[in-house]
Design a protein around this ligand. Structure first.
Ligand code: UD1
Length: 442
């Protein structure tokens, strides 16, 4: 099986520049189809989920091209409301095209979304919200069909502040008749960013301090250019990579205001954080200690996406820690893999008890999803000896050039040659003739 080889035990030193945010760009790519014109996304990350979204947009009839690090989408000529199974089922965010297609065309047909396996990832809140707006939705074993030529604004109270459901409802409500109010909406920074992206297109959206979102449907949207915020999860991953190796890593273009909970937790472990303008340095040379209880929670709580990388850190912290995962029930899959590397972890339901050990040992392990892959890479960097990670390719879903960046920081990583298609995408080169085109300019 294809794997990546990490010879660990080397402290990482240096500086990393952050990519644009994955969790922000994916709903925006769905939002690009809302109007028959061009949307530009600056600092768009060249990650696999974006590559898959581009394929999806092209399958709908959009023209997509790169202008340096800016991705441009022309949705003037959408020719279908059907998302092909082989494209839609590749990623979770394809579900966001349900709201966007309903808004633009009044119809949608798509497969059940794919993405990382983190336990049950229901979409009932998405469908309930869209039904309240007037969409008729039928579910069959293989696909979701929806119709609603005239969606009408209404009040929607989410029983959980689901990020995806909030995004789907927003995308559909922008072109609905009248006013939509989303109560108990998600407050993740990516929601605010999606609202700003839609406002730049001319949408009338207000976010109230109590977390309600009010959308006044508008018939006409315009071309837009949006600058993506830096990726807060990638920022956390690199800070942890520096700390877990006992090194010192600086992250530039830090989204400080979105990372308060993460910085608090890092400080609690004793990792030294130094702010310098827009940069933050994490210094793990003095070691770090465990945390009594780390709980994941909706924003502004600690993000579930950094729970696995934290598990790696706490596996080698001084003392005992407890993690409680409140968002996804199957997000402890890497515990078994870390155990193979010597970690002392006991799982009981949604909780993990971790007794820190000084050093992990290299082993053969397997990644099953994106953030778990990142966590195992951190474990490999910390461990003595060689760690071989199969399934490591999940990391490409969310991290741009991560192995190249880690090597620049001093990591010893051996990788199978990347496919020509991926190399072309990451470097912004035209793909070879015969493959689906992602045009590169500039
Ligand atoms: C979640 C994270 C988001 C992260 C993303 C990718 C939270 C609150 N959300 O977003 O920060 O970037 O994963 O890893 O941390 N749920 C339902 N019914 C639904 C939708 C969701 O019951 O229709 C439940 C889920 O089972 C889960 C919780 O709500 O327990 C969070 O789901 P949601 O925020 O929708 O997940 P994502 O949008 O995938």
């Amino acid at each position: 099986m294809e794997c990546i080889e990490i010879r660990g035990g080397k402290p990482l030193y240096g500086t990393v520049k952050l990519q644009g945010s994955k969790n922000a760009v994916l709903p925006m790519l769905a939002g690009c189809i809302l109007h028959p014109g061009v949307s530009r996304l600056e600092h768009c990350p060249r990650i696999r989920d974006v590559q898959d979204s581009i394929r999806l947009l092209e399958a709908l009839g959009c023209r997509v091209w790169w202008e340096g690090s800016c991705l441009a989408v022309d949705a003037s000529r959408i020719c279908t409301w059907k998302i092909p199974e082989e494209i839609g089922a590749r990623m979770r965010s394809s579900i966001l095209f349900l709201g966007a297609l309903l808004g633009r065309l009044g119809k949608a047909c798509l497969p059940y979304p794919g993405g990382c396996v983190l336990g049950a990832r229901p979409i009932d809140l998405h469908l309930e919200g869209l039904r309240k707006l007037g969409a008729r939705i039928e579910e069959s074993a293989s696909c979701i069909r929806a119709e609603g030529e005239r969606l009408r604004g209404t009040e929607i109270s989410l029983r959980f502040p689901s990020v995806g459901a909030t995004e789907n409802i927003l995308l559909a409500a922008v072109l609905a008749d009248g006013e939509t109010v989303i109560r108990n909406a998600a407050r993740e920074p990516e929601i605010g960013e999606l609202c700003r992206f839609l406002q730049e297109k001319g949408a009338d959206i207000r976010i109230l301090p109590e977390g309600e979102i009010i959308i006044r449907g508008s018939a006409r949207l315009q071309d837009s250019r949006h600058e993506l915020a830096a990726d807060r999860i990638v920022a956390g991953t690199y800070l942890l990579a520096g700390a877990v190796t006992g090194g010192r890593v600086t992250v530039e273009r830090m989204p400080f205001s979105h990372m308060e909970a993460v910085c608090e937790v890092l400080k609690e472990t004793g990792i030294k954080l130094e702010k310098n303008g827009a940069s933050l340095t994490a210094d793990g040379s003095g070691g770090y200690c465990g945390i009594e209880l780390l709980e994941t929670a909706p924003y502004p709580g600690f993000p579930t996406d950094l729970q696995s990388p934290m598990m790696t850190l706490l596996s080698t912290a001084r003392g005992t820690s407890r993690i409680r995962e409140n968002i996804f029930e199957s997000r402890f899959k890497i515990a078994r893999q870390l155990q193979r590397m010597g970690a002392d972890i006991t799982l009981t339901g949604r909780e993990a008890i971790i007794c820190g050990i000084p050093k992990l040992r290299g082993a053969e392990v397997e990644a099953f999803e994106l953030r778990g892959a990142a966590a195992l890479v951190l474990a490999g960097l910390q461990a003595g000896g060689v760690t071989k990670i199969s399934g490591y390719r999940y990391i490409y879903r969310g991290y741009e050039q991560i192995f190249e960046s880690l090597k620049e920081l001093g990591a010893d990583i051996r990788q199978e040659p990347v496919s020509q298609r991926r190399a072309a995408f990451v470097k912004g080169l035209p793909e070879q003739a015969g493959t689906q085109s992602v045009t590169a300019k500039g």
